[in-house]
Design a protein around this ligand. Sequence first.
Ligand SMILES: [Zn+2]
Ligand SMILES: [Zn+2]
Length: 336
Amino acid sequence: MSETYSAMVCETVGAPLASRRRPWPRVKQPTDVVIEVCACGVCRTDLHVVDGDLPRRAPSIVPGHEVVGRVAEVGPAIETLRPGMRVGAAWLGLACGVCPFCRRGEENLCPYAEFHGWSRDGGYAEQMIADGRFLFTLPEGPDDAHFAPLLCAGLIGYRALRMAGDSERIGLYGFGAAAHIVAQVARWQGRRLHAFTRVGDEAARTLALRLGCVSAQGSDEKPPEELDAAILFAPVGSLAPLALKAVRPGGIVVCAGIHMSDIPSFPYELLWGERMVRSVANLTRRDGEEFLALAPKAAVTTMVETFPLADANLALDRLRAGEISGAAVLQVKKPR
Ligand SMILES: [Zn+2]
Ligand SMILES: [Zn+2]
């Protein structure tokens, strides 16, 4: 066991992550769990953290909230985990448990919540500490790198899909990590999907059609049929009025990202007819349990491009440039 471990750290907003060696972490709080990170997905939210679109929550931070790892050490208050178990850490790192939101089962809205890779160090590292009450026990099955994107892209995508209710015809705006997972779940549920991609992004369109979307077009184009709902995965505010235009009266537009550029003003006519626009914030542990149980039934598979931990900056750059097909993942530990 080495005395130190590697971490990629966001020290200055807008600058590349710095590679640092840190002393091996130990359990400090009774609910702490030390995790040996095996793989960590690279999510658009990580870009919002390192680029400063989201306000800083810690002086320096290790990004990463799609963490698949093995338990190394368990605090005395956590009875459900043992060393060696395979666990997942997602975006929600802690919620207070006593505020009105938590008591209503809306821990995703807890004002005291903490988040992996934003206010607590995340998985762009060989080791991390998490609160054991907010970890998911993962089944064996897909390897670590293919599992990782399920923990945010999959999970938040699933929450967004649930907000679309029983809509049959759904538009997916932005066809990256989240949409490529949600498309598989929605198809399995028997829905009809239309993909909207960045203009000229042939790779995303091909992927969308391969995953069973009925159509795939540029986000500036009209869908071939009216939509019951639209889910916006791309963080582009100008898509909101376009999506409203594409949904039927009573339809819903779900904004799934934690950050979005400003939504331009639009005529009331687009909202008229009881159309709705809503956001999806974070996740609850219940979302995670439901989705992780559903994913194998829907035979969800992820398409990943892996990078070594030391290449985290390259992975972020490729994601920022829209060059990742499917999901980018840091392969922290060699697959066993
Ligand atoms: Zn709370
Ligand atoms: Zn994420």
